[in-house]
Design a protein around this ligand. Structure first.
Ligand code: AP5
Ligand code: MG
Length: 191
């Protein structure tokens, strides 16, 4: 079973590449950001709680995210494999993911880490903010998302490097170039 974590700072292309990966490999896409935005739209209790964190560019508390993820896994037990996009973002989330997958006798195959210079990321997100209006794509919030990434999420690269799952992928080419690189790396994996 192929289970991929797509890892990277805001704007590195996790969502864009996930769409291409699921088409080619038939995986089930789990984007915690997309799920939270849907909950906000529905004005559910989780959405109402998440909104204040998201609009400030802060992480939603681990307990909420981990419960939400357990729920998604329980509802999609027949998946051929999963792609985790934007999760895990903290060490407790990474440990919880190992536990949740372990209970199902599956494991992460690889963590694909996309890297792009921060200046370019800010430009990408500002452009998206102007075009499609995602509420958190405003300069002040973007800068905070970058800071939160550096402080709370980037350390996870070391966690996955130590357990041998980390695969670095340059994310600054075109969408097609980055995808080609991802395919090369996935096709090399033992699954
Ligand atoms: P989330 O939705 O995960 O957002 P993010 O990490 O800030 O990342 P983005 O979705 O903005 O970027 P992306 O890497 O998916 O890039 P994309 O493909 O869209 O999280 C939002 C918030 O939810 C968080 O701040 C937090 O509050 C909360 N949250 C979510 N998960 C959480 C968790 N696990 N724990 C706690 N809180 C959580 O591309 C970006 C733009 O660039 C697009 O316009 C795209 O068209 C363009 N683009 C993509 N690739 C390229 C390329 N190669 N060249 C040029 N442009 C490109
Ligand atoms: Mg995304």
């Amino acid at each position: 079973m192929l289970n991929i974590v797509l890892f990277g700072a805001p704007g590195t292309g996790k969502g864009t590449q996930s769409e291409l990966i699921i088409k080619k490999y038939g995986l089930h896409h789990i984007s915690t950001g997309d799920i939270l935005r849907k909950e906000i739209e529905r004005k559910s209790p989780l959405g109402l709680q998440a909104e204040k964190h998201i609009s400030a560019g802060q992480l939603v508390p681990d307990e909420l995210i981990i419960d939400m993820l357990a729920d998604v896994l329980n509802k999609n037990t027949d998946a051929k494999g999963y792609i985790f996009d934007g999760f895990p973002r903290t060490i407790p989330q990474a440990k919880a993911l190992d536990k949740l997958l372990g209970e199902r006798e599956i494991a992460i195959t690889a963590v694909l880490s996309l890297k792009v210079e921060e200046k370019a990321l800010i430009q990408r997100l500002l452009k998206r903010g102007q075009e499609s209006g995602r509420a958190d794509d405003k300069l002040e919030v973007i800068e905070n998302r970058m800071k939160v990434y550096r402080e709370q999420t980037d350390p996870l690269r070391d966690f996955y490097k130590k357990n041998g799952k980390l695969v670095n992928i340059p994310g600054d080419g075109t969408v097609e170039e980055v995808f080609e690189e991802i395919v090369v790396e996935i096709d090399r994996l033992p699954f």
